[in-house]
Design a protein around this ligand. Sequence first.
Ligand SMILES: Nc1ncnc2c1ncn2[C@@H]1O[C@H](COP(=O)(O)OP(=O)(O)O)[C@@H](O)[C@H]1O
Ligand SMILES: O=P(O)(O)OC[C@H]1O[C@](O)(COP(=O)(O)O)[C@@H](O)[C@@H]1O
Length: 308
Amino acid sequence: MITTVTLNPAEDKTFTAARLILGQVNRIDSVKNIAGGKGINVTKVLRQYGYPVRALGFLGGYTGKFIEDYVKSIGAECLFTYVDGETRVNINILSQDGYVTELLEPGPDIREKELDAFFEDFNKGIADSDLVILSGSAPEHVPAAVYYDLILQAKNKGKKVILDSSGIYLKESINACPYMVKPNIRELEVLSGRRIKRMEDAIGAALQIGGRGINHVMVSMGAKGLLYINDREIMYAKAPEVKAVNTVGCGDSVVAAFAVAEKQGMGNEELLKFCVGVSAANATTLESAVIPMDKTEELIEQVKIIRY
Ligand SMILES: Nc1ncnc2c1ncn2[C@@H]1O[C@H](COP(=O)(O)OP(=O)(O)O)[C@@H](O)[C@H]1O
Ligand SMILES: O=P(O)(O)OC[C@H]1O[C@](O)(COP(=O)(O)O)[C@@H](O)[C@@H]1O
């Protein structure tokens, strides 16, 4: 069993538009509403690879119910903690000039007793899982150190923890040393306190993070690909060129692919190629975290690895 945690799930509204002009009336060409949020996307990808998954996190109101129904429909187990507030709606605008603009709501207010209820659910939810995946931001009034506590609790029970978060939630939790962390360049800058302009900067910062006792550091670089540092190797894989339709969910696809690779016992090179292939394939579909399997195989073949 794999447990995914999405503290701040969202209904993702994907708008397509010719262009987006600030301060003007913008008419939308099409709308697609899907269940999203980082851990929900990870759950989607893991289910496509056939793994049993239990999804945890806060849900509330009509949007929360919509997300739970979807997660059940893909065959994942649900152990969500229901709250009085309403789960958020996030907007992703894909404009024809190639820009992806995301408008992310903060999420509902979480009361102290709701947070306590979540911690109880978490301890039940991870009992039979070997991998625990913590993804995304947290809603209002959840302490910044929430992931620090969750990582330690899961590690104390012998679980491997994967962390993909941002800002204060990432910074406050990194000293709990998850098994794997996946910052993008912006997040790596937050973690290391350094500006990252060149590959050498990214390698230096990732080594600094890994040196704290994190076994696997994957730095995602959008269309440029992935840098992967573990206790033995430093490897970079350029992303294959694809016609990107929607890059939302690419980071979540890397995380899910890493979990699949871990489950399948892939070697480092195979693992990196797989993560790059799956995430590039995600970019080719309009719906986030829907992986076209044939395309993925084709893309994996194209991935070239550079060792440092
Ligand atoms: N335009 C693209 N073409 C090919 N692969 C991409 C593209 N955008 C993202 N990817 C793949 O997805 C991974 C994660 O994307 P990234 O945007 O860095 O993550 P995040 O959404 O977490 O910021 C990248 O490391 C890369 O492998
Ligand atoms: O939890 P956060 O950081 O607020 O992000 C939520 C958003 O991230 C996504 O999971 C996409 O994440 P990635 O593009 O980083 O993979 C969306 O589904 C969701 O709206």
